[in-house]
Design a protein around this ligand. Structure first.
Ligand SMILES: [Zn+2]
Length: 238
């Protein structure tokens, strides 16, 4: 009987909707870690930049230290000349004093640079430490969420498997191929419900007030009608 066929179709649709729902859940799973994965990537980028920066500062510091040693050597050498007693010319001695004073000034300036560099490195080191900690926390959270997702995915799979088995059972009862094709086409078009039960004067699919003769047909004769507005298959609710 034709009505029975539609009732089966309605049953099939229940499973199709549930299966769609599970598919949707499955598709949304990667979104659960998308945000945190991005945060981790940003932390890693930032860490890489800061570590590189730190290395550059280390090189800069080494250079400053070499500079400093060189200035000290030069000062020592000139002081030897100054106090060694080898030079007696007063003008020459004044000249050497001036050179030493210059070197000392340069040395002071380099020492200041060294202190600044060391301070900068200390701050950077702290910042790297914090980022490292943040990264560890985020990676732990990521791992936890990934496990949750894997668990949810297996739950969804089980649910889908059982839904598909039940769907197959119902599907095999449908003998009208043309009706089935129409149903599937309509479901694709409507994105969900192709066949709906009516118990009032309104199409539950598009909320159109159905013509009274259509309602009469539905209610009294349990006929199946097509909604004149949205083309969904409507059957009267028992
Ligand atoms: Zn409608």
């Amino acid at each position: 009987m034709i009505e029975e066929e539609y009732a089966i179709l309605l049953e099939l649709q229940k499973f199709d909707i549930d299966i769609d729902e599970e598919e949707k859940k499955k598709r949304s799973l990667p979104l659960m870690i998308e945000g945190i994965a991005k945060e981790i990537q940003e932390l890693k980028d930032s860490l890489r930049n800061k570590n590189e920066n730190y290395k550059n500062l280390q090189i800069k510091l080494k250079r400053k230290e070499l500079d400093l040693a060189e200035k000290s050597n030069k000062i020592d050498k000139h002081q030897e000349d100054l106090y060694g007693g080898k030079i007696s010319d007063i003008k020459e001695l004044r000249q050497i004093q001036k050179v030493i004073a210059n070197y000392k000034e340069e040395k002071d300036s380099i020492e200041e640079d060294v202190l600044d560099l060391m301070e900068e490195m200390e701050d950077l080191d702290k910042s790297i430490g914090h980022l490292d900690e943040d990264l560890k926390v985020k990676e732990k959270e990521f791992k936890k969420r990934k496990e949750e997702i894997d668990l949810t995915r297996s739950v969804i799979k089980k649910s889908m498997d059982s839904l598909n088995i039940k769907r197959e059972e119902i599907f095999s009862k449908i003998t009208d191929d043309r009706l089935l094709k129409e149903y599937e086409l309509l479901r694709k078009e409507k994105g969900g419900k192709a066949i709906m039960e009516v118990d009032g004067s309104v199409c539950p699919g598009c909320y159109l007030d159905l013509p009274s003769d259509a309602i009469y047909q539905l209610e009294k004769n349990r006929k199946i009608i097509i909604c004149p507005n949205c083309s969904r298959i409507l059957i009267w609710k028992n």
